[in-house]
Ligand binder design. Structure first.
Ligand SMILES: Cc1cc2nc3c(=O)[nH]c(=O)nc-3n(C[C@H](O)[C@H](O)[C@H](O)COP(=O)(O)OP(=O)(O)OC[C@H]3O[C@@H](n4cnc5c(N)ncnc54)[C@H](O)[C@@H]3O)c2cc1C
Length: 562
């Protein structure tokens, strides 16, 4: 049996994971990335619109921080928001020095476009392929530093001994044999969970694995009920049309040709925060002013030249996927499941409550987004908190006393699970895709933009039912090499656990805040609910909810209008 040993293991090689690995290496740690995909296929590469930083002379980090706190509907931890926004400009400049080809204005400075909920145009971008461009640059640095990358290694669980995280169990997809990866510190950077919903803007691999793995091992998940619905996704595929389209001046129209956002956000119109715009769209659609269950995104007035310069990717996507050329016609869009505000609870140094376990990026909840994230702040979070996670984990690994090698029994549980699946292959149970399909549909219908007690109770019953059916899930492919069937069974187990925390959190939270809108409790209730939901996994797999304080530094909650 193979055992690999490093000081710091980073699970996930998207922007957060790679940025963390770079920083750990710079701090002298022997670091390795473990990733189920080639790093360049990470979902970070799909990010379109941009990354925020207060670079402008009239802008300030305080203003960025205030917008973020207001956008979060006052649930974000303000100390974390201060770090995010204060450190943003230096991080952008560093990315530029590494070679990121940011779009520019005439005089050569980095261009910035307006984004939803922002008081200034502070979203830096590379046309509408921002994530792809930054991912390339960061990967170059990983190669330059000679960081070990275990690519196409699927992490199945954390190794915990005496309450300390000591490494991970992983399956190289090429051999199918489990290996032990020993580390003094582990950083989870596995990205989002969008695939719990169907459809979603998220890539096929965004199944929330790291959250589920950490949760299973005893690390609590925070604020899981808050799921962001992006206002502009294509009707059937759910593919994203960047917020940059509105940032560049695009309009949203209903079936009467009205710019309906005037009603919902009289000052900001289309550039209110995402929860507000998505609720506006959904209301138009439900009240009969939609078109085929959608509204229209209209950028025709920007002209072909600007569209080709700034929004060429989404023009192509709309042509390929819906046969609509945005230069000549508006495209049909609707709100779609996009981003998980919740994740593994960490402090501002990215440490989880389990010694040795750190987390950064979309799988983490350091709580900079609270109940609603501003566009452009997530890429920023991966860079700022990825860096901090790398630094913290390297420090931790240096201070950690040396210990006996982890026991081989660490992979027994996953090994037995695989054996059972292989032995039971072809049994009468259901295929994972069937259960996953039902989960996605149920989450879309009952845990969507508007929620009610009845819907959430039915969702809870459904999750419990799906978990039961999952017990006898059927493996079809018993091969060892690239067994994606087996992979999907592992992913599904985690997705069901995660969905459980999302539904339970949403049912318990009897108020409307940010992306969580209860029709039966339409107001924000600071007295009772200005607190984080913290989910612990019980023996039987169900979540136990606790609540934690929100850290406030300087911004008192106000009525939130745009
Ligand atoms: C279409 C789209 C557009 C977006 N546009 C923007 C934008 O313009 N601006 C913005 O701020 N945000 C945007 N976002 C959000 C932002 O891109 C993501 O939140 C962010 O990139 C997540 O980065 P990450 O490093 O945390 O995870 P990811 O980039 O998703 O990387 C996850 C990594 O974890 C690995 N992994 C996962 N599970 C396992 C496992 N079990 N074992 C081993 N490895 C595993 C994967 O291989 C991958 O390398 C967008 C999101 C989407 C979906």
């Amino acid at each position: 049996m193979a055992v690999y040993t490093h000081d710091v293991l980073v699970v996930g090689a998207g922007l957060a994971g790679m940025r963390a690995a770079i920083e750990a290496a710079r701090n002298g740690a022997d670091v390795a990335l473990v990733t189920k995909l080639h790093p360049m296929r990470s979902h970070s590469g799909a990010a379109q619109g941009g990354i925020n930083a207060a670079l402008g002379e009239e802008d300030s980090w305080e203003s960025h921080a205030f917008d973020t706190v207001k956008g979060s509907d006052y649930l974000a931890d303000q100390d974390a928001v201060e770090i995010l926004t204060r450190e943003a400009p230096a991080n952008i400049i560093e990315l530029e020095r590494m070679g990121t080809t940011f779009s520019r204005v005439e005089d050569g400075r980095i261009a910035q476009r307006p984004f939803g909920g922002a008081g200034f145009p502070r979203t830096c971008f590379i046309a509408d392929i921002t994530g792809q461009a930054i991912l390339h640059v960061v990967y170059e640095q990983v190669m330059k530093l000679g960081i070990t990358v275990y690519e196409e290694y699927f992490c199945t669980s954390l190794i915990v001994e005496d309450g300390e995280v000591r490494g991970v169990v992983a399956m190289p997809l090429i051999t199918g044999d489990l290996v032990i990866m020993q580390g003094k510190a582990v950083i989870m950077a596995t990205g989002g969970l969008g695939r719990v919903y169907a459809p979603t803007t998220n890539a096929i691999a965004c199944t929330g694995d790291g959250m589920a793995i950490a949760y299973m091992a005893g690390a609590p998940l925070q604020d899981m009920e808050f799921m962001q619905f992006h206002p502009t996704t294509l009707k059937d595929s759910g593919v994203l049309m960047t917020e940059g389209a509105r940032g560049e001046g695009g309009h949203l129209l209903n079936s009467l040709g009205e710019r309906f956002m005037e009603k919902y956000a009289p000052n900001k119109f289309e550039l209110a925060s995402r929860d507000v715009v998505s609720r506006g769209e959904q209301t138009e659609i439900e009240e009969g002013r939609g078109i085929d269950g959608c509204v229209l995104l209209d950028v025709r007035h920007l002209g072909e030249e600007k569209i080709n310069e700034r929004l060429w990717q989404i023009r192509e996507l709309a042509i390929d996927l819906t046969n609509t050329d945005m230069v000549h016609e508006p495209v049909k869009v609707r709100p779609g499941a996009h981003y998980a505000m919740g994740g593994i609870k960490t402090n501002i140094d990215c440490a989880s409550v389990m010694p040795g376990l750190f987390a950064a990026g979309e799988c983490a909840n350091v709580s900079v987004h609270g109940s609603n994230r501003l566009g452009g702040n997530s890429l920023l979070e991966t860079i700022v908190f990825g860096r901090r996670a790398g630094e913290s984990a390297a420090r931790y690994s240096k201070e950690a006393a040396s210990k006996a090698p982890v026991s081989e029994a660490s992979l027994a549980r996953d090994h037995t699970r695989i054996q059972q699946l292989v032995e039971g292959a072809g049994n009468s149970g259901e295929r994972p895709a069937v259960i996953r399909g039902e989960l996605g549909r149920m989450m879309r219908e009952d845990v969507g933009i508007f929620r009610t007690k009845e819907q959430l109770e039915s969702a809870l019953a459904k999750v419990v039912e799906l978990k039961e059916r999952y017990q006898t899930v059927r493996l079809e492919d018993t091969g060892k090499v690239f067994n994606l069937d087996l992979l999907s069974i592992f992913e599904l187990g985690g997705m069901l656990d995660i969905a459980h925390t999302m539904v339970a959190g949403a049912l318990a939270r009897e108020e409307s805040r940010g992306a969580h809108t209860r029709r039966d409790f339409p107001e924000r209730d600071d007295e009772k609910w200005m607190k984080h939901t913290i989910a612990h996994r019980e023996e039987d797999g169900s979540p136990r909810l606790e609540y934690g304080d929100v850290t406030m530094t300087r911004w008192e909650p106000e009525v939130r209008t745009y």
